[in-house]
Design a binder for this molecule. Structure first.
Ligand code: NAP
Length: 282
């Protein structure tokens, strides 16, 4: 018997790093876990690995968070199959040194890390209710971030720090604004910084570029299972069941940037996200 028996969880970016570790932990507590992955091959490989030793209730469902049609079709399939989502862990993340764009032409880090998750979450919120929890995996990198409303897709002066920190600040601002909007429904929304974790973050999936650096840094970094602890804690722990709109690090509330606490900024970003996705969660 696990504490999550009968519960349904969805984890994005479930085939790698902390996403995979989160799937493992939630499934081992008895939850059925839908693994949102963009690549069928990487998803199937991860699924096979997760089923090697233990019996776990897992379902692989494909979705590219950089493609609105793919997100809408994923959400439609979930709504067709399930009645209630208890846990949504928005973990998937993308970082790249060069400027790339999503199918809709959004700068890719903002497009996947924030907008993709915004659309997914607002679509899936319909299936959430009293006691459901949303966890956004943000980053301490949000502290150097700004939301560049005048050039949200960073067409001028792109650099990786500017792009990644903007996307991660957006994760924290979205957490705060959504928490307020979903409070009456009994749904909590929190976010976290996992710390420095040795994963596939920054590794080019086609060329493998970046793998050597990650391998070299491994002894100094946390393992994915360690890094995933705060997200798992927020998704499951009884002590945080009534806490919403907060930023956590090492399973404790932590200080986030001044900008990330600006309610006007959070509203402005939410309005822009609605406009970009044509979506309204209420
Ligand atoms: N590692 C760190 O030190 C660190 C620090 C602070 C915050 N974080 C955050 O932690 C989260 C997890 O990252 P990680 O470190 O575990 O990295 P990871 O091993 O690279 O995993 C990232 C996951 O996101 C998926 N993903 C990327 N783009 C996607 C898309 N368009 N649609 C669907 N899934 C997509 C990846 O799928 P593919 O494998 O198919 O590419 C992968 O499963 C991220 O949000 C990251 O920003 C990480």
């Amino acid at each position: 018997m696990g504490s999550l028996d009968g519960k349904l969880a969805i984890v994005t970016g479930a085939n790698s790093g902390m996403g995979m570790a989160t799937v493992e932990a939630l499934a081992d507590e008895g939850a059925k876990v839908v693994m949102l992955c963009r690549s069928e091959k990487r998803g199937k490989d991860a699924l096979a690995k997760l089923l090697e030793k233990n019996e776990r209730q897992l379902e692989l469902m494909l979705c590219d968070l950089g493609d609105f049609d793919s997100i809408r079709s994923f959400a439609a399939k979930v709504k067709e199959k399930y009645k209630k989502i208890d846990i949504l862990v928005n973990n998937a993340g993308f970082i790249a040194l060069d400027r790339q764009v999503t199918k809709e032409g959004l700068e890719m880090q903002f497009g996947i890390n924030h907008i993709g998750h915004f659309l997914l979450t607002t679509e899936l919120a319909e299936l959430m209710g009293e006691g459901s929890r949303i966890v956004n995996v943000a980053s301490g990198a949000h502290k150097v971030g700004k939301i560049h409303f005048d050039d949200i897709n960073l067409t001028k002066g792109f650099n990786v720090v500017k792009a990644y920190s903007q996307s991660k600040l957006a994760n924290v601002l979205f957490t705060r604004e959504l928490a307020g909007r979903l409070r009456d429904k009994g749904i909590t929304v929190n976010c976290c910084h996992p710390g420095a974790v040795a994963t596939n973050m920054g590794v080019n999936r086609e060329t493998g570029f970046g793998k050597t650096i990650t391998r070299m840094l491994r002894p100094f970094f946390q393992t994915p299972a360690q890094g995933a602890r705060t997200a798992i804690f927020l998704a499951t722990d009884e002590s945080v069941k009534d806490i919403s709109g907060e930023y956590f690090y090492k399973c404790k509330p932590a200080k986030s940037s001044k900008r990330s606490k600006d309610p006007e900024l959070a509203k402005k970003l939410y309005a822009l996200s609605e406009k970009l996705t044509g979506r309204n969660a209420e």
